[in-house]
Design a protein around this ligand. Structure first.
Ligand code: SIN
Ligand code: CO
Length: 389
């Protein structure tokens, strides 16, 4: 744990995952700027689940999945959940199954995502896993996300174009580029990884059966940020008073909105103010808000005494769907703000950064802070925290 913290603080240790670059070098030279191919990023990586297990996930109600089939006439798209019989009716080649948010459903996925801790959690979207037989893929397209495309079993050819025309085929059921032109091409094998910033055109085609792990980092649009912020402001704003016009003048056109009225209302609207603290509260709540389909499963209740004893023995982890961010003393768990006592700050920051607290955090001679324990117990009861498996 000590080593990881040191690396996280400095970002100056070269990583095999980044082809020998340090996180700082990667961030300054490549991140959000240009593609990077990394051979053998994770040596001996053969993936986290089998094609059958992936198909099993795609049959589950709460899992988001898609099938993309390339036909003679173009592309077909089907959304899950799928009936397992669907998979026996697929052609031999030229299709792909994609499953989103595999990190919510597979414990092993957390440690894979943890390797990308050099990117802030606030930017993380999810781990998507795809399976494709020979020829399968989602076609030439671009994403608005930063993505690390890590090759699992099998091989995939990747063609990319940094200067492509980004016009999309209008009638296609998925985002397909009309005029894709490949500028570079590689065959990735198990453990190789391709980093792509947003808007780089790419086309991955399976060479034989293959599985690909996409670790995606979201970049919200300015419009989305503005709309969400305004809705936050709407909830938080408290303006006293009411429109007043004791100085009302006779109007020749009673239907006309007068300049006087416009300037009075401009004055009222201008009373709306926000500080960087408001923006940071908004960001913490918004970025840690789980997507609408996410459901936390509540554990069987345990009393505080037993909870504390289990913490001392096992430590505690964030549930895989939990998003926990902080800024200063403000902590944001799954869309909720909690301003915490200074004494809890170090513990909660560690939990947020590393998604777990080992038993040593609770194995202290003196009495454990009851307030902190109560908060952890509450989060546990909500299904936001869990004991390690
Ligand atoms: C994939 O087919 O696994 C990757 C999808 C993509 O290109 O974003
Ligand atoms: Co893509």
């Amino acid at each position: 744990m000590k080593k990881i913290s040191k690396f996280a603080k400095s970002g100056t240790i070269p990583l095999q995952l980044l082809g020998g670059l340090t996180p700082k070098e990667f961030l300054s030279e490549y991140w959000h700027k240009k593609p990077l191919l990394i051979r053998n990023a994770i040596p001996e990586f053969t993936g986290l689940l089998s094609p059958e297990e992936l198909a099993g996930l795609a049959c589950e109600e709460e899992v988001q999945s898609r099938l993309v089939i390339k036909t003679n006439n173009g592309w077909e798209l089907e959304h899950g959940p799928f009936d397992e019989r669907r998979f026996s009716k697929l052609p031999q080649t030229d299709w792909t199954l994609l499953v989103q948010e595999v990190n919510f459903h597979l414990n092993e996925a957390q440690s894979l995502i943890g390797r990308f801790n050099f990117i802030p959690h606030a930017r993380l979207d999810d781990l998507m896993v795809s399976y494709a037989p020979h020829g399968g893929g989602v076609g030439p397209h671009f994403d608005s996300y930063d993505v690390f495309l890590l090759q699992g079993v099998g091989k995939r050819s990747w063609k990319i174009g940094e200067n492509c025309d980004l016009t999309l085929v209008e009638e296609a059921p998925l985002r397909i580029l009309k005029n894709f032109e490949s500028e570079q091409e590689w065959i990735l094998e198990a453990g190789d990884m391709l980093y792509l910033p947003p808007h780089v055109a790419h086309w991955g085609i399976a060479v034989g059966d293959c599985m690909t792990y996409s670790i995606g980092f979201r970049a919200p649009s300015e419009q989305e940020l503005a709309v969400e912020f305004l809705s936050y402001v709407q909830e938080a704003c408290q303006l006293e008073g009411r429109y007043k016009d004791p100085d009302l003048k006779f109007q020749k056109h009673p239907a006309q909105i007068s300049s006087d009225m416009v300037s009075k209302v401009t004055g009222i609207i201008n009373k709306l103010e926000w500080s960087s603290k408001d923006v940071s509260c908004f960001l913490g709540c918004y970025l840690s808000e789980p997507k609408p389909h996410v459901v936390f499963s509540r554990p069987r209740s345990i009393n505080p005494g037993r909870f504390q004893a289990k913490l001392r023995k096992e430590g505690v982890e964030l549930s895989s769907q939990t998003i926990f961010l902080f800024r200063g003393d403000a902590f944001f768990m799954n869309g909720e703000l909690l301003e915490v006592d200074k004494r809890w700050r170090k513990t909660l920051r560690t939990l947020a950064d590393w998604r777990s607290l080992g038993p040593e955090w609770f194995d202290v001679q003196e009495e454990l802070d009851q307030g902190l324990l109560g908060q952890l117990h509450e989060w546990y009861a909500a299904g936001y925290l869990k004991f390690p498996d």
